[in-house]
Design a protein around this ligand. Structure first.
Ligand code: NAD
Ligand code: ZN
Length: 351
């Protein structure tokens, strides 16, 4: 098991490894015992696969389970209200505790519920996707507004993150790809040696548990270091958006759910590497190809299709185009790119 501490305003531990849920009966027994009620807010899909496993670690405690639908659609005001209605109907109080059981969607919704229920109660993240190594750490919680993703939310750190990699074995290949894109993003913005190791992976479904723990730990360490420096995203935290300007535009253009977030980020990183003139561009493109990322999807998306969305990106202002770029692995920076160059590099990548 690997453990690391996130030195946020309110520090907490992240534990990664096979069977770490066992910490509910040791290190976190007191925290659970001190709550007057415990709610598991679970992705219904994850619940059908793994709820019994989770409950087996919570045996001495009275736990009530609320299942929410799988998928991005659950980040809605309706599901948010349903969670609150459940907690109120079940008599939860300010002394209660929430366990978020699922991927980034559940983490974002349950975190937002925890931050607003009776003005805030503690919650523990139990991530079940690879992508959630990113979303479970850092304390950003959110639901979507019809006019934009993550438009309603808070900064609210969890009390702990228990990342049991045993749960990852049931992930479909698409979700493994999605999560590994964010892992490689963390490598791009931090460490050439680690990046080299990841680029050698020829098949994502053959990564051993030991290696997976290592990659997730490194990814979380990168995220944690940035969050510690910039918890409320006024500076370096925006480097975590490497590859995301185009990714968000592609997701918005295609409609959410047509491509996974991580797959879109992979395309976005390829574009950012192209704009940067990064020496790893070709290696990255062949890694994407080998591992089944939908690079060919770009041929059906014109520059015009994504331009408007990229201009609306949070990092851009006044209609300009801003990107997180990377001349060398580990040293991200922001750059404003004029539209002509953005277009010709986009066409070059598509060719
Ligand atoms: P997700 O939570 O929708 O999970 C993806 C799919 O995998 C779902 O269908 C889910 O039912 C299924 N699944 C989850 N765990 C499984 C398991 N162990 N076995 C089998 N199937 C499983 O998506 P995600 O990719 O984990 O997260 C994406 C969300 O995270 C987005 O909404 C994004 O905005 C958010 N996010 C938040 C942050 C943050 O800092 N808060 C960072 C990155 C992403
Ligand atoms: Zn992302």
């Amino acid at each position: 098991m690997k453990s690391l501490r996130v030195e946020a305003e309110k520090p907490y531990e992240v534990h990664i490894g096979r069977g770490v849920l066992n910490l509910f009966s040791t290190e976190y027994r007191e925290l659970l015992g001190s709550a007057d009620a415990i709610a598991v807010i679970a992705d219904e899909n994850v619940a059908s696969l793994h709820l019994d496993y989770l409950l087996s670690f919570l045996e001495p405690f009275q736990v009530r389970v609320f299942k929410i639908p799988s998928g991005e659609g659950a980040k809605s005001i309706k599901v948010f209200m349903d969670c609150h209605s459940f907690l109120l109907a079940e008599g939860f109080s300010r002394k209660s505790l929430i366990l978020a059981f699922g991927g980034g969607v559940v983490g974002d919704v349950a975190g937002f519920v925890a931050s607003t229920f009776m003005r805030g109660i503690p919650y523990i993240q139990i991530p079940t996707t690879i992508l959630a190594h990113d979303s479970a750490v850092g304390g950003k919680t959110a639901i979507n507004h019809p006019s934009g993703k993550n438009m309603i939310g808070t900064f609210y750190q969890p009390a702990a993150v228990l990342y049991d990699i045993q749960l990852l074995h049931t992930l479909p290949a698409k979700e493994v790809r999605s999560g590994m894109a964010e892992v490689i993003k963390h490598a791009f913005i931090s460490n050439e040696h680690w990046l080299g190791e990841l680029l050698e992976i020829k098949s994502l479904d053959t990564i051993s548990d030991e290696k997976m723990v290592l990659h997730l730990e490194r990814g979380i360490a990168v995220k944690a270091a940035i969050v510690e420096e910039d918890e409320y995203e006024s500076g370096v935290r925006k480097y975590l958006n490497f590859g995301h300007t185009l990714a968000h535009a592609i997701e918005a253009h295609l409609g959410y759910g047509r491509i996974t977030h991580g797959e879109a980020v992979a395309l976005g990183m390829a574009y950012a590497l192209q704009l940067s003139g990064h020496p790893r561009l070709m290696d990255f493109l062949s890694w994407c190809k080998t591992n089944g990322y939908p690079l060919e999807g770009l041929s059906g998306i014109s520059f015009k299709d994504v331009l408007g969305y990229m201009k609306k990106d949070k990092k851009s202002s006044g209609g300009s185009l801003s990107f997180v770029l990377l001349k060398e692995t580990g040293t991200p920076y922001m750059e404003t790119i004029d539209e002509k160059r953005a277009e010709s590099d986009y066409e070059e990548l598509r060719s």
